[in-house]
Design a protein around this ligand. Sequence first.
Ligand SMILES: [Fe+2]
Ligand SMILES: [Fe+2]
Length: 446
Amino acid sequence: MKERIEVSFRDFLGAIQAALLYGAGHPIVKKAIEKAHQSITDCLTEKAELTIGIIGEELAFEKEIFFDLSKLAKPGITYLKDRSIEKITFKRGFQLVELEKFIVFLVMPKEDVKKDLGDYLKFMGVHNIIAGKVGVVSKAAEQALQQALDRKGLYEHSLEEISQPLIGILNREAIDGLALKLAINNIVDKLGTQYQQLLKLDTLKRYDLGTFTHLINVSILSMYFSSKIGFTKEIVLDIGLAALFHDIGKLYISRKIIRKPGQLSSMEFSQMESHTVLGSALLLQYIDTLGIMPVVVSFEHHLRCDLSGYPKAAFPKKPHIISQIVSICDTYDALSARRSYKVDYPPDMIYNLMMRGKGTTYASSLLEKFFQLIGVWPIGSIVSLSDKRTAVVVDENQDDIFSPIVKVIYPEKEEVKIDLKGNKDGLKIERYLNPRREGKDFLHLI
Ligand SMILES: [Fe+2]
Ligand SMILES: [Fe+2]
């Protein structure tokens, strides 16, 4: 089905291109429109209607975003967006003549378009094609979205958008897979420039909303990590989606057990371990919407590279690379978060703790790459330098993960950055200042 839809999208955009090149009445255009009509009609044998969505720069259909096609069809997409068309629905039984009229309208010079699109189509007797804006990406909505982001911050906004489907799954309701994918896509688009704000690796993480926060943190961190090691955007999205649900099974386990500060009894421990199996069983019901990776990752994220973790499978097999990525990000977030039952560890301690699992719990190369990207002291860490000045980490040095680039914030707020790598004064980080305790007084300076 996916291929047929892709073909029909391509043919439809091809017909628009042809009409723009040759003018609406040309025989080549007629042929192209016939071809598009045929391939769309083919798709409509299985579905009562077919909706093409244009979200941002991408073409979308239901839960699918057609990245590759979007690249090819960029001129067509820009053209439609320019005419405020972000959604086109073809209904079963639509006629060739309707498509012709629609395309004539599409290629009309913008200034000749006096009527509203809906009115025009009705006026021309086109009843089986509906075109217009998709609510969420209209100009007004885009502005509202921006305002919401400014007000709440990107992180809180993303948390809100993603919480809905999570709750939906817990209630075993149907969820809007495409909306979820777009919410994640929105995050991926911002990872390049605003990942600091999104990752909340350190100073900004002043919230403890429990498992939900953990799920979104792990999702964002996994997407950041996987995009930096070269996965395509499409796979990064799948990784984000899988990571988002890795601990969904925990929401079925008694909070008493999850939050217990001391050691768990063997009974409690096996209940805790069951979150992997519970989660994957639940996610199996959402394969059509979310794909198979959330099931795999939920099942494997505590398995460990040497298979010494859990659950014990009948036919043990090394965890999938995506499970391995999520597993690293999972532990990193769990160790850095403060919970009612545990303190938040300083970053250098997290590094040392995780390095103990190098080659056993985690694949060596993957773990090393992770710390090269995140650094021992993640961006945003407030640190005390060896000359007693206080600074904030602003960038990492991949070839010297202990010596990032910092900006002094106290005693004098200097805008100057200091690269601690090979620093000639021998300046180094002496101590981490926890933003909830000794670092609290410096928060307003960063
Ligand atoms: Fe887990
Ligand atoms: Fe987790």
